[in-house]
Structures are given as C-alpha cells and as structure tokens.
Design a protein around this ligand. Structure first.
Ligand code: SAM
Length: 228
C-alpha cells in the first residue's frame, strides 16, 4: 500500500513512521509513505500557502492553488482509492474504517492547518473527510499519523502474528480481554488459574466472557451496535 501525505510541516511526520511496527512495514516493502511538502507546490512569493479569509475573521486559510497543484501533480502518477482530508468535522475514525482503508492500494491524506483549507478543495477533490475525535488539533499531521498507524498494522504481513490484530479491541464490536505474562504470582497477585490450565477451549471461553463483561461495563454502546 502507498500512502501520500500532503503537509506544510512534513518534518512532523518523520518520527512516527521511523520506529517499531510502521518502520518494519516500510522495510518489508508492505507500506510506502511519501511525504509531500505543500510549499513545493506554491507559485506565491516566499512559499506562501495561506491567506486571509474572505468575509473577515480571525485565522488564515490554506489557499486552493498550492493544494490543487500538489494533488494534481500526484494524480499524474497515482490513481487514489481515496483522497482523505483530516478535519474535526469529518466522520469519526474507527476500527471499521481502518479495516476498509487497509484493503486499499493508494491513499492520499491531506493535513490542514490554521482555520482549515479552502472549501472548494473539499468540494472538488476530497472523497472522504475523517476526524480522529471531538477536539481540535493545530494541524492534521498527528491525525494522519494515527490513521497510518491504525491502517498500516492491518496490512497482511505487517504484524508477525496476524491473528493478534483480529483479537484486538473493536474487531468484533468487543473490547479485548485482560492479558497477563510472567511471573505467575507477583506479591499476592495471582494470574487467573484458568490461563495456566493448558485447556485452550476453556481459555478461549474465559477470554470471550471477559471480553463481553468488559464491553458491557465500559462500552455497552458497542453491543447495541452489534444488535442493530
Ligand atoms: N477551523 C477548523 C474547525 O473548527 O473545524 C479547525 C482547524 S484546525 C486548527 C487545523 C487543522 O488541523 C484542520 O484543518 C485539520 O486538518 C486538523 N485537525 C484538527 N483537529 C482534527 C481532528 N480532530 N481530526 C482530524 N484532523 C484535525
């Protein structure tokens, strides 16, 4: 999968993909991340990419020409499955969206800044608008990093044990069960004995019950979604 990301501060995105699972995905050739500096696509003096908003009011707006130049220059060589604008008023990102995006070949992510981007870019180029939650970040880069991480780990071959993604929270509208590792006893705190039994059918059943209980307590809305 290839993910192109347009940003005015692409350096912000160097760190998140240079370590751990994302780095491994890139090293294995399963994921390609291409950071595109919006300032390389402006024809305005001093690499300007933003301007005052029409109608007045506080805050600058990212101009249409640099964004369209960047998008159209990328589209010369890549057909995108989705052109995604990260924005607080978009659809809230979730695991189901991550699953869907992980099956695509080419994604283009656009990071906004300031008051956001000229509405005409949204009207004519964007195919999906995605928020990572009901709060406002200074820019779309951290949101883009969240999407790439959640999507990238689902690409077949990225995780060593592929089933581990399937047993994570939200995959079946359930939260994950509790997990334990050595030592079996720390102070007076004993690992549930069922996990030491070697009886995998019983362990699976216990995990399912724990998942259900945790979901009922913490996220009953997920179980309602399941019934809908
Ligand atoms: N004026 C915009 C509004 O109120 O909806 C907020 C602009 S915000 C300061 C600048 C940029 O950060 C946005 O254009 C978007 O790309 C990104 N951003 C901020 N919060 C976000 C969120 N919750 N999810 C995704 N992107 C976000």
């Amino acid at each position: 999968m290839k993910i192109d990301i347009i940003s005015v501060v692409p350096d912000l995105l160097q760190g998140p993909f240079a370590h751990s699972i994302m780095k491994r995905a890139i090293d294995k050739g399963l994921l390609e991340i291409n950071l595109v500096n919006l300032r390389d696509h402006t024809t305005y003096a001093r690499a300007q990419v933003d301007d005052y908003q029409f109608g007045g009011g506080a805050g600058m707006v990212m101009m249409i020409e640099p964004l369209v130049n960047a998008i159209e220059s990328l589209q010369k060589t890549t057909v995108y499955d989705e052109v995604i604008f990260l924005t607080p008023d978009g659809d809230t990102f979730n695991q189901s969206m991550a699953n869907q995006f992980s099956m695509k070949n080419n994604l283009l992510l656009i990071c906004g800044h300031y008051k956001g981007i000229d509405q005409r870019v949204r009207d004519h180029f964007i195919t999906r608008e995605v928020s990572i939650g009901d709060y406002v970040l200074s820019g779309g880069e951290l949101a883009a990093a969240v999407l790439v991480d959640a999507i990238g780990r689902l690409i077949p071959g990225v995780l060593n044990d592929e089933t581990s993604a399937l047993t994570d929270s939200f995959q079946d509208n359930l939260l994950a069960p509790p997990v334990y590792t050595r030592p079996e006893k720390f102070r007076d705190w004993q690992v549930p004995t069922i996990l030491m039994s070697g009886n995998h059918a019983k362990i699976d059943q216990w995990r399912m019950e724990q998942s259900l209980q945790r979901t009922k307590e913490r996220r009953p809305d997920l179980l309602e979604d399941d019934e809908a």
